[in-house]
Design a binder for this molecule. Structure first.
Ligand code: C5P
Length: 235
């Protein structure tokens, strides 16, 4: 069956820069090689929401990685504001109240919600310290199921978990995976990494890639090569 989504839309480039100027320079350099950008907390607090609006106006897609979590009314109102910016994806923490509130606030917006189940910096000891009785694997599975049941559209997860989560959640949940490294690339501070082709074959819908593109000698060539790898893996 032909792939409904163009491979270019499966690559999301993380704009992890402190300033809008630096992010804009990277976007201009990448040009039509990239269609989808992730703006996280650092850039958001450096003017990233205005950049998000400009990118959307220029026909790019934007993933706002804002990881919302608050009382339901606040989450609902914040979600509605973000939907007005024209973002394609917004992250929220996978607490049932938060997920239901965000989902309820979408109304007719085409924006999709991605749940962050358990931050990957947390291990068993961190969860115990924070007062949780469950281990990481069980809590991830529980929250991923709760996300699906709350009508959240997808989850952010490491590519290593993609196969298990696809089996648990079924075909309709979006799986969005960071920690991607081309076979010949530098691993950097990512501990669990996967190549673009393997992540796609494991069931990932979108790959979030930062430094392998933004720190490359030729970022545009690096992006084109990853898109080509995604296209080949989907065939
Ligand atoms: O530069 P790199 O490709 O490692 O960037 C990956 C992006 O994905 C960064 O924006 C990082 O914050 C984000 N991320 C991650 N690991 C997670 C969740 C998010 O690397 N578990």
């Amino acid at each position: 069956m032909p792939d409904a989504m163009p491979p270019i839309d499966r690559l999301i480039v993380a704009l992890d820069t402190p300033t809008v100027d630096a992010a804009r320079a990277m976007v201009d350099r990448l040009g039509d090689a990239v269609s989808f950008y992730k703006i996280g907390l650092e850039l958001t607090y450096g003017g990233g929401l205005e950049l998000a609006k400009s990118l959307v106006a220029e026909g790019k897609k934007v993933f706002l990685d804002l990881k919302l979590h608050d009382i339901p009314t606040t989450v609902a109102r914040a979600t509605a504001q973000v939907a007005n910016l024209g973002a394609t994806f917004l992250t929220i923490h996978a607490y049932p109240q938060t997920m239901r509130a965000a989902r309820g606030a979408l109304a007719d917006s085409p924006m999709k919600l991605l749940a962050v189940t358990v931050l990957t910096s947390y291990d068993e000891g961190d969860l115990r310290e924070a007062g949780f009785a469950m281990g990481v694997r069980d809590l991830v599975a529980r929250r991923a199921t709760q996300a699906r049941d709350a009508g959240v559209h997808g989850i952010v997860l490491s590519a290593e978990e993609a196969e298990t989560m696809r089996a648990l959640l079924g075909p309709d949940m979006l799986l969005v995976t960071p920690g991607i490294r081309p076979a010949d690339g530098d691993v950097g501070d990512q501990k669990r990494v996967m190549t673009p082709a393997r992540a796609i074959r494991a069931g990932a819908d979108h790959l979030v890639v930062g430094r392998p593109i933004t720190q490359a000698a030729d970022p545009r060539a690096a992006a084109l090569s990853i898109v080509a790898e995604i296209a080949a893996a989907r065939r």
